[in-house]
Ligand binder design. Structure first.
Ligand code: ASP
Length: 446
């Protein structure tokens, strides 16, 4: 059994968190590969190391001193080193980084130093081998990682029975320059390592006990999910739940490796298991009907009514091509007879809504056209909803009982999720009533 354990920034924010990580890693021999984020903030006054490094780079590019930003970073790493009694030569490390301080500094290089230094400290603390991501994670173009080449290089670097510590978030371009991934990218590195070593499980250690059914800022003490499928996770994270970087799913999904979200501060909690297919486990231990309730505010619905258009071939394509011209991505398009509702994020049309409306008017001369701004979408996701008669009806009647006006309804044919559009002002109320009726009530009857 091989486990890859990735620890996020809050799990490595100070020496106390390092101690927790050591206990977790050493408690199981299977936890052979450890991937780290840069140190996070230990308290509200601090800033994340990565945020500070981005600011340092911006200062240096403008020829402004970065001292006031870089010194706190140095102090943080020195403090952790001293308190854990480590020997790493931080003077030399910082001297090397500072030797790049000028207007031409490579932002990706500088920003990657957060993960690099965190991994260096942890490797010594765990008496593990440090393997630098720059020496084996190879990008093909800008974003895509060449897994084959990375695997080949990785196995040449491992020369020990010790545990391996790898900095997340970066790799190298074909020209040898360091390239960082998008924010939160250490999750992707963890998934890549899990793929490279054919792990049995990819553990993602963070500061919450798994994926919550609903955003805990809306539902205090929300229950968490025991297990969910990759597709459910994708549905939930697309609509606002963000525990794991979206792109972290692909490298593990390809090899059917489960992801286990765990809490560094509550290591005995089993967290959430995310896998391709939960049916075997579900048969023994049926899941809740609803896995997650997520959603976002700030959508605009443009409704176009054109008599007899439903039978016109190509009408919808032409209508949508106007949005494409303005590079506006479309959230969904519920259609009824001769009526097309195009849902887009309000931000995406904030500069050109009226131009788009004008173009629609001129091109199609609609019989009616309406714009609803201030719409929120609530997504109810659950694999058990599939082929369960009556669930959409009960959901919608719950909205009715709570006097929540439904503006649009969208359910895909796979019945994995139902998305309902409501007024922005009803957003939290909608999540609350679904949570109470379908999650809490079900829990109580079990
Ligand atoms: N340190 C990087 C960030 O803050 C990457 C990561 O933590 O995953 O975005």
């Amino acid at each position: 059994m091989i486990k890859v354990a990735k620890f996020g920034g809050s799990s490595l924010a100070d020496e106390i968190q390092f101690q927790k990580v050591k206990q977790i890693v050493e408690s199981e021999a299977e936890r052979k590969f450890v991937v780290v984020s840069a140190c996070g903030k230990a308290n509200e006054e601090e800033h994340k190391v990565t945020d500070l490094l981005y600011l340092c780079a911006a200062h240096l590019h403008y020829g402004v001193s970065a001292e006031s930003l870089f010194v706190p970073i140095e102090e943080k790493y020195r403090r952790i080193k001293e308190r854990l009694g480590l020997k790493i030569d931080l003077d030399r490390e910082f001297e090397e980084i500072r030797s790049h301080f000028d207007k031409e500094i490579d932002t990706d290089y500088l920003v990657s130093r957060g993960e690099y230094l965190t991994a260096k400290l942890l490797a010594e603390y765990l008496d593990a081998q440090f393997v630098d991501a720059k020496d084996f994670i190879r990008f093909i173009h800008n974003d895509e990682v060449d897994l084959e080449k990375s695997r080949e290089k990785f196995f040449k670097l491992i020369d020990t029975d010790k545990k391996i510590v790898i900095p997340g978030f970066y790799g190298t371009l074909p020209n040898g320059n360091i390239k960082v991934m998008s924010r939160g990218g250490s999750d992707i590195t963890g998934a890549i390592i899990a793929n490279l070593v054919d792990a049995d499980v990819y553990e993602n250690w963070t500061d919450v006990s798994g994926i919550y059914v609903a955003d805990p800022r809306i539902i205090r003490n929300s229950l968490s999910c025991k297990r969910l499928t990759y597709r459910e996770l994708r549905g939930m994270s697309y609509m606002g739940a963000n525990v794991l970087h979206d792109d972290a799913i692909f490298p593990v999904r390809e090899k059917n490796i489960p992801i286990n979200i765990r809490n560094t501060n509550k290591p005995n909690h089993p967290g959430t298991m995310i896998m391709n297919d939960c049916s075997e486990l579900d048969a023994k231990d049926p899941p809740r009907i609803i896995t997650g309730i997520t959603g976002k505010q700030g959508y605009t619905v443009i409704t176009v009514v054109k008599n007899h258009s439903s039978t016109l071939v190509g009408f919808l394509r032409e209508l949508l091509s106007i949005f494409e011209e303005y590079r506006v991505s479309i959230e969904s398009v519920p259609i009824t007879v001769d009526t097309f509702s195009i849902i887009v994020s309000s931000k995406a049309v904030s500069n050109n809504l009226y131009e788009i409306l004008n173009r629609i008017k001129q091109t199609f001369q609609p019989d009616d056209m309406r714009v609803d701004e201030n719409v929120a979408l609530v997504a109810v996701v659950g694999r058990r909803m599939q082929s369960l008669p009556g669930i959409s009806g009960s959901l919608l009647s719950e909205f009715g009982r709570n006097a929540i006006n439904i503006k649009v309804i969208n359910q895909s044919a796979d019945e994995l999720s139902i998305v309902v559009g409501v007024e922005n002002s009803d957003f939290e109320k909608a999540i609350n009533c679904i949570y109470e009726r379908f999650v809490l009530a079900q829990e109580e009857t079990l």
